[in-house]
Design a protein around this ligand. Sequence first.
Ligand code: ADP
Ligand code: MG
Length: 271
Amino acid sequence: MTITQPFDAVEAENDAATLEARAVSAWFGDHKVLDRVSLTMPAQSVTALIGPSGCGKSTFLRTLNRMHELIPGASLAGEVLLGEVDIYDSVWKLTEVRRHIGMVFQKPNPFPAMSIYDNVTAGLKLTGTKVRRDERDDLVQECLTRAGLWREVRDRLRQPGGALSGGQQQRLCIARSLAVRPTVLLMDEPCSALDPTSTRRIEETIADLTSEVTIVIVTHNMQQAQRVSDQCAFFLAEEGTPGAIVEHGDTSQVFDSPVDSRTADYVHGRF
Ligand code: ADP
Ligand code: MG
């Protein structure tokens, strides 16, 4: 048995694309910022993480693809399972984890001087994913199409990524993430820096991707959470306590009939 076998199983079995955090706690030095957060993010669904600034949403997202451990002084406890695979098992290389669990950030971060085409294929090199040279054109077209950008850039693939508008750059980053065929896509406020039209385009892209990719999105936009997500987790860090999930459930339940009064206050803008 090769050590890549469990991750191969993730690809083979769709149920295995469920991401599960078990009692995840996180620290920056002595400062505990997450306290035993458990959350199951089912395959082929969109999970929205909501809550006030500083409650640990971004930190939680970073624990889901092992970016947290790269921050100096940061530590964590708990488990993150992708299907049956513990992503923190020391046999997994970080590149292997990253290939399966992609991330899109608030500020679009394409390689600005690199062509649109090369931006899409850049993730292949970074994660050591092999694609035959003669299949690359098709892959680039497919990823740009899935990211909703192909028609706008098909005639300018050799232009630099930095020449695109902000919304186009964000869709380029999504295309770059998709090129390695991730199982999960983590999105940290992907529309916060974008205008309403670009935001709509990204939301359409998210809806289209749901059938193939498990999506976790942090958003401060309550309408967006309701439009794009199947389930929703409300994080809160009260008065010097670390961040934790106060309430979690189907998005309609969390918004229409929240169980916790703090959730009701937050989703109705009373925070
Ligand atoms: P959110 O995304 O919900 O706004 P964050 O996860 O960014 O929350 O932050 C959670 C807590 O962790 C905050 O108290 C923040 O100040 C702290 N924090 C975040 N990043 C770092 C870091 N790199 N070093 C030290 N503390 C950090
Ligand atoms: Mg954040």
